[in-house]
Design a protein around this ligand. Structure first.
Ligand SMILES: CC(C)(COP(=O)(O)OP(=O)(O)OC[C@H]1O[C@@H](n2cnc3c(N)ncnc32)[C@H](O)[C@@H]1OP(=O)(O)O)[C@@H](O)C(=O)NCCC(=O)NCCS
Length: 169
């Protein structure tokens, strides 16, 4: 069962975090998704962080939050636009300890406070149960091409109970 990390913190992304977040992204894909994706698919997925400048631009263009443990980044999540979770990655060394839930909670609260009524995510197969547990419902199965490889994911949606009244998503 997930336990709360004693010194876990949350802060916004800064450009200087890019190399660390690229390393977390690659490690999470390589070590946590092997049951559902082939090595070739994992490599294609992880290749998104090869060009650090591009990766940094993507992180900066979204609302990116970083989870820290003793001030070191251990995971990150990003909200694209008002209603879409784009990235959620936790370092394998701290997986299963509540970091993913903490990041997801924060994005849900931020989106809800901005009036978003429904949050969506294209969940990777290994993260399906994580999102299901949080009340996300599968809407549509997708297949996307990433660096020449076909990867399956599932569009999931959650109605945010605390959406600001009167605001539209
Ligand atoms: C999915 C991911 C972010 C989860 O992070 P995490 O820090 O391990 O998650 P938490 O510890 O906060 O888990 C919260 C709950 O979900 C459960 N959970 C987490 N990952 C799970 C999984 N793969 N399958 C089933 N349940 C899972 C936990 O057991 C916990 O349940 P509990 O509240 O009953 O204890 C992490 O495994 C990861 O980075 N995966 C690889 C990258 C990825 O696929 N990201 C998603 C892209 S959409």
């Amino acid at each position: 069962m997930g336990q709360t990390l004693p010194k876990a913190g949350l802060r916004p992304y800064l450009p200087a975090d890019t190399p660390m977040l690229a390393a977390i992204f690659v490690a999470a894909i390589q070590e946590l998704t092997g049951d559902d994706y082939s090595e070739a698919q994992q490599e294609a997925w992880a290749a998104a962080a090869e060009d650090e400048e591009q990766f940094g631009k993507k992180l900066a263009s979204e609302l990116t939050l970083i989870a820290t443990l003793q001030n070191s980044p251990v995971g990150f999540a990003s909200l694209k636009g008002p209603d879409h979770i784009d990235m959620l990655y936790v370092h394998p060394s701290v997986v299963g300890q509540g970091v993913g839930a903490m990041l997801c909670d924060a994005l849900e609260k931020l989106a809800g406070a901005r009036g978003t009524e429904n949050l969506t995510v294209e969940a990777s197969d290994n993260a399906l149960d994580f999102f299901k547990k949080r009340g996300y419902v599968a809407k549509q199965r997708n297949t996307v091409t990433v660096h020449g490889e076909w990867l399956a994911n599932t569009t999931m949606q959650k109605a945010l109970a605390n959406a600001a009244p009167g605001a539209s998503s």
